[in-house]
Design a protein around this ligand. Structure first.
Ligand code: MG
Length: 417
């Protein structure tokens, strides 16, 4: 009779053991960041990951501190796939954004750690580079076509070739507009009117297109606020805007309508930043119903599942456009960038305008240059975490970032954010 096969934990091949999994809360960007640090018994060797869910921060922190962290103590950090499956399966009821963010924080830290131990940038572990840098898009908003066109041209002067444009709609709280303090905007006017949006925004976007130089790519985010019927109305109204992509024209709950949208219009469609399971993308890839997959690594459970999704996108002919707003920490941005430069399926990368404090807390943060982001050549993610600097930016009280819950539809009913 043959000997039974050994089960994990197998004898370590690296001689490295996980000694601690620590979490840190900081908010240099305003939005709370939850940072995970996986520490080892090797001097100076640790990995960092982003587990930032701004609306459920403390719940995610508890999942890491009380459940996931203790499970990996003593394990060899190099067995990432096994550790990922162990942590995923440890919750009998798997999935959801809280579990996904917690898992992603540990998972990305393990990938960072593995690349640091090998002395190579993270993209080297994902197959190496297929491009040197990733084209990035920035955000511009305004109340009039002239104001927005000026913003687009200012972005173009900085080198951006892709700009997401959002239009204020009179009398409503429009996503992505309202100046530099979104909390003020929400407190001022937390009403949303889809019909006012449909009547106002397409005309302004057409005018913006007529005012800006040829060759600049425009993107727009409907932010899941339309019904399927309204989305079908919107597409022909935007035909002359020549969008690079239209994002989140439907909510995840209505994703089954994407094939209808695809068949009714040639406007490139982007979807997925709200998905919390990579398998939610599969019907859309199978049906070729979207053109860009909006991937949020923290919500989706980390690089272990996401690298498989990116491979599926490549096989389906769908491009990736990872989610990169200010509520993703620089560690998350660096993880995005490792995918961007290593995948043939790369489309475009969302870039946030990060504050000085954020750059201070996260040394090595990639920032756009001439409209593109370049990954660091340093081992791992190439972004570090300064614990002392982070302590200067305590997170807001829970609830402050639940401002989405204030939004109401024109008839007073609760509205999706
Ligand atoms: Mg979006």
């Amino acid at each position: 009779m043959s000997a039974p096969l050994a089960v994990a934990p197998w004898p370590s091949t690296s001689g490295t053991k996980i000694t601690a999994v620590r979490t840190f809360l900081t908010a240099p960007q305003g939005s709370p960041y939850l940072i995970v640090r996986v520490e080892t018994d090797q001097p100076g060797l640790y990995g960092l990951g982003c587990a930032s869910d701004p609306q459920r921060t403390l719940a995610v922190k508890s999942v890491v501190d009380d459940y996931l962290g203790p499970m990996v103590l003593g394990r060899d950090p190099g067995d990432i796939e096994d550790l990922h499956r162990l942590l995923l399966n440890s919750g009998y009821w798997r999935g959801g954004s809280i579990a996904g963010n917690a898992l992603a924080g540990v998972d990305v830290a393990l990938w960072d750690l593995k690349a640091k131990a090998a002395g190579v940038p993270l993209y080297s572990l994902l197959g190496g580079r297929v491009r040197e840098a990733a084209d990035a898009y920035t955000h511009v908003d305004g109340a009039s076509a002239s104001e927005i066109a000026e913003g687009v041209e200012a972005a173009a002067e900085k080198g951006f070739r892709h700009v997401r444009v959002q239009v204020s709609v009179p009398g409503t709280d429009t996503y992505g507009t309202g100046g530099t303090d979104p909390e003020l905007a929400h407190a001022r006017n937390a009403r949303w009117d889809s019909l006012a949006y449909l009547h106002h925004v397409p005309g302004v976007l057409r005018e913006v297109r007529s005012k800006i130089p040829a060759g600049l790519e425009l993107l727009h985010d409907a932010h899941e606020r339309l019904t399927p019927a309204q989305a079908l109305r919107l597409l022909p109204m935007l035909a002359e805007v020549d969008l690079f992509f239209l994002e989140d024209v439907l909510a995840p709950e209505d994703a089954d309508y994407f094939p209808q949208l695809r068949n009714s219009s040639s406007i490139p469609l982007a979807m997925g930043e709200l998905f919390h399971d990579v398998k939610q993308f599969l019907p859309l890839l199978r049906d070729r119903a979207i053109d860009f997959a909006r991937i949020r690594i923290p919500t989706l459970g980390g690089l272990t599942p996401v690298r498989k999704l990116v491979a599926a996108c490549e096989l389906a002919g769908v491009l990736i456009a990872p989610h990169g707003p200010g509520d993703v920490s620089p560690l998350g941005h660096a993880a995005n960038l490792a995918l961007d430069v290593s995948s043939p399926a790369f489309g475009v990368q969302e870039a946030a305008t990060l504050r000085e404090g954020t750059l201070e807390v996260f040394p090595g943060t990639p920032v756009p240059e001439r409209g593109a982001l370049r990954p660091s050549a340093a081992p791992g993610l190439g972004v570090d975490f300064d614990e002392a600097a982070a302590a200067k930016y305590p997170p807001p009280e829970p609830g402050v970032h639940d401002r989405w819950a204030l939004l109401r539809a024109a008839d007073g009913s609760a509205q999706r954010p």
